[in-house]
Design a protein around this ligand. Sequence first.
Ligand SMILES: Nc1nc2c(ncn2[C@@H]2O[C@H](COP(=O)(O)OP(=O)(O)OP(=O)(O)O)[C@@H](O)[C@H]2O)c(=O)[nH]1
Ligand SMILES: [Mg+2]
Length: 425
Amino acid sequence: MFVDSVKIFVKAGDGGDGGSYFLHEKYVDRGGPSGGNGGRGGSVIFVGEEGLTTLLDFRFTRKIVAEPGQNGMDKNMFGKSGKNAYAKVPIGTTIIDADTNTIIGDITKHGQEVVVAAGGRGGKGNACFASSRNPAPEIAEKGVPGVERNLQLELKVLADVGLVGFPSVGKSTLISVVSAAKPKIASYHFTTLHPNLGVVAVGDGRSFVMADLPGLIEGASSGLGLGFQFLKHIERTRVIVHIIDMSATDGRDPVDDYYKIRKELENYNPDLLKRPEIIVANKMDLPEASDNLELFKEETGIQEIYAISAYTKSNLQQLLYKIADTLEETRKFKPIEDASEEVVEYNFIPKGPEFTIRRDEEGIYHVEGEEVKKVFDRINFNNEANIRMFAKKLRDMGVDAELRRLGVKHGDLVCVFDYEFEFID
Ligand SMILES: Nc1nc2c(ncn2[C@@H]2O[C@H](COP(=O)(O)OP(=O)(O)OP(=O)(O)O)[C@@H](O)[C@H]2O)c(=O)[nH]1
Ligand SMILES: [Mg+2]
């Protein structure tokens, strides 16, 4: 099956908690705060990889998790950062946040990296909080949790090889016998209306993506038939497989067909003629095909032709080896860039307002928002000093002022996630 869309879950490493320790010196009680900072959590990073052509691997790895940072330790020792988790994705992959349906990034180049889930920052150890007023603080921050996301990966496949030729020459039949693609096959022209993609396993461990394209006719490059919009797809393939109906059904002339298609390719983009082309003589099972092939060789002077029958599946293996070999040679060359498609750099999801406050039916105020959550997640509510720090941070963010503006009174209940307290004026 050809996979071009998968859903996966990614989770970056949590930041390590800051340590809360004191130096133990002889005769000195609480010899000074010495808790080191927590380490940063590892991020989940996607990397563009030219060798990949499908998202198949993600069928088996639906979850990618990066390492957490270590907690800060005694004697001002910082926790180690977590390792990043790298995942290779094919060029042409679009990464979408499945929950918000926003695009996080596009992988367009080999080696390009996109951070899809950032590791959490480590918490500060208590050594950071020492001041002249409080030389022995117990407070230490918790690490920030790593980002978690459901992602939708979509691959706009850039096929390695494109099948071109007149209608009804057997392009769809060929892809249907060498890959799992199941395109419609019929004896009338323009049976194929959209490109069909198939992954072809050569049999020796190599594989490539083949595109079965709608048939071309004379004038396709100037908009006749279905050709024009699909010539663009040919532009993005590395190797052209040109299929000729050697049985000359419907009174075709194979030599004429060959040159006409070449002409259309040239008219559309002269660079297409520089693309490696593999010539396939199809329908060799039919009576006149052999004679026509000899004539074809004579008239064109071309000797290297792959004579097959897609219908009886003969001589296909040799053709597949040839395609795979040619692809290997052309790996170094990039497909022609499509100038009309700009490369867009996406930013991470825009920040919302720092917080929102709503009052429920029972008169309880709820403080919510991403920024508040970040502060909240870093607080250890197990000691008084930390809670005081939390209160101060909320005040600094303007939460107190906003509560007052909304009419909060002394003794009213305020809820910040699952932490509830009375407002004290
Ligand atoms: N005898 C014989 N018939 C074939 C062979 N390959 C394809 N055909 C027949 O040729 C007709 C057209 O085949 P398709 O595979 O649909 O041709 P196509 O090139 O995809 O055509 P369009 O999609 O219209 O461009 C069908 O009736 C096929 O069964 C072959 O090797 N031998
Ligand atoms: Mg077809």
